[in-house]
Design a protein around this ligand. Structure first.
Ligand code: NAD
Length: 478
């Protein structure tokens, strides 16, 4: 297995080093494993120029040829699955098997969007003799994309897949904390011969990069995945230039557990799913609203299953939950737990850092959390579950909708009328009933309310990357 990659910028088809860099830390050991380059204004100007030129080539490349090249790059990434997963575990901390699955998921995003490239159908509007009205969906232009650190490969994959499948060029600023996944993506596209300038990868000081790229006339779409606060900031900047945005932002997913459900199965799968990626997932199931009649039983099983999850270095085969990805998350978790306890919540298990080396945190379950505790409104983005009792489905729905977020939501029930009510009443872009899977490459993913705008994946996934052009064509001059 290869070592951690030599981190570089990728601009106009070439790798580029900068003089100094920021440290990349292995969150399991707190050791420096690499240095990520910091793009300067001149690098960003070069990336803009390259993306502008790249767009001219790529937007005129046939959808079939684009799809073929994306599939070729994806096949390379599948071959390199072990190497990519290894660097993800080193920089992010997640278990190696989870990192391997993430690589496959990233490839599936590429493969799905490659198919969609050849299905961006327009339509023909009925017209009279000698006249045709035809609606086209054309690539919007160069995209400035920003991807986060929680899924170092599949998050940038979503962004690159959408842009490239649509015929757009892209400047991707991937997360500085976890740069290797995006590096591998750029390497795969380089190796299959993507024309220079179509994909550009930069790292650096996030605010400097967004403030340089977003106001540029070259950039025709801003795509971001990350916190609602930063999403709001970037949307504000983009709106000053009438540049549209694709925003996949925070969530605080509710889970409604109805009294008719299989309590043991629901509690077991919920506890395991909650701790996946150490809870650092925007769709992570977090606020459990459980019917009173089954509350104690659910809480007992959920707590026991959470306690049983082995926490450790992601390179250790026994590990099911790695460390938190950075020390910011550690302090956030500690303060959210303390605040909830002060507000009157019961700490069922966890709540503490594990050891003093690495950012390990215990799987944590809070019960009977009052509505005014911070964690009821703030996304914990960590291995923390809130389990509260409710008296009815209406009560649960009211609680579920009581936050500004609306990304993913879940329900456990066998009753058709309960499921039907959830479908109608829950405010979320994604609702999953009797499953904790929130999104697949073939399903549209995105939020409502403060969770964002636009969709990735599914048949809707390329809409933000295209613009509609209506062509009216008369045979004779009228
Ligand atoms: P943060 O808000 O500081 O940063 C989130 C991301 O935005 C990072 O990748 C960062 O590089 C980028 N960013 C920050 N400021 C930026 C700027 N001015 N211009 C461009 N990019 C900028 O938060 P954080 O501490 O890194 O992560 C914690 C929070 O982020 C979580 O609570 C969660 O809400 C959110 N988050 C969401 C997702 C998701 O999948 N939706 C992923 C990661 C983080």
């Amino acid at each position: 297995m290869s070592e951690y990659p030599d981190l570089q910028l990728y601009i106009n088809g070439s790798w580029r080093k900068t003089s100094d860099g920021l440290p990349v830390i292995n969150p399991a050991t707190e050791e420096e494993i690499g240095r990520v380059p910091v793009a300067q204004a001149s690098d960003l100007d070069d990336a803009l120029e390259a993306a502008n030129e790249g767009f001219k080539i790529w937007s005129r490349t046939s959808p079939k040829a684009r799809a073929d090249l994306i599939r070729e790059a994806s096949a390379l990434m599948r071959e390199r699955q072990g190497e990519i997963a290894h660097s993800i575990t080193l920089e992010h901390g997640k278990p190696f098997t989870e990192a391997q699955l993430e690589v496959i998921r990233g490839c599936e995003f590429f493969e799905w969007d490659a198919g969609e490239a050849t299905r961006t159908y327009g339509r023909v509007i009925p017209s009279g003799p000698g006249v045709k009205y035809i609606v086209h969906h054309q690539p919007i232009g160069p995209v400035a994309s920003f991807s986060p650190w929680n899924f170092p490969m599949s998050q940038p994959a979503r962004k690159v897949a959408g842009a490239l499948a649509s015929g757009c060029s892209i400047i991707l600023k991937a997360a500085e904390e976890t740069p290797a996944g995006a590096m591998h993506i750029a390497q795969a596209f380089h190796d299959v011969g993507l024309p220079p300038g179509v994909l550009n990868l930069v790292f650096g000081i996030p605010a400097d990069i967004s403030e340089h790229l977003i106001p540029s006339e070259v950039v025709k779409l801003v795509a971001f995945t990350g916190s609602t606060a930063v999403g709001r900031l970037l949307t504000g900047m983009a709106s000053n230039h009438m540049t549209p945005v694709l925003m996949e932002l925070g969530g605080h997913a509710p889970v409604i557990v109805c009294e008719d459900t299989d309590v043991e199965a629901a509690a077991t799968s919920s506890a395991i799913r909650k701790m996946r990626n150490a809870g650092q997932v925007c769709t992570s199931p977090t606020r459990f609203f459980v019917h009173r009649n089954i509350y104690d039983h659910f809480l007992e099983i959920f707590t026991k299953r959470a306690e049983e999850i082995p926490v450790g270095d992601g390179m250790d085969a026994a590990t099911q939950m790695g460390p938190l990805a950075n020390d910011r998350r550690l302090s956030t978790m500690t303060s959210l737990v303390a605040d909830a306890q002060e507000a009157g919540a019961t700490l069922m298990t966890g709540g503490n850092r594990i050891g003093d080396k690495g950012y390990f945190f215990e799987p944590t379950v809070l019960a009977n959390v009052p509505n005014d505790a911070r964690v009821m409104q703030e996304e914990p983005f960590g291995p923390l579950a809130i389990v509260n009792p409710v008296s009815s489905l209406d009560h649960a729905i009211e609680r579920a909708n009581s936050v500004p977020y609306g990304l993913a939501a879940y329900g456990f029930t066998n009753r058709a009328d309960y499921a039907d009510r959830m479908v109608d009443m829950i405010e979320a872009g994604n609702l999953s009933i009797n499953t904790l899977e929130a999104s697949l490459p073939e399903t549209p993913f995105g939020g409502v309310k403060s969770s964002g705008y636009g969709r990735e994946g599914g048949a809707e996934g390329l809409q933000c990357y295209t613009v509609v052009k209506n062509v009216s064509h008369s045979v004779g001059i009228v």
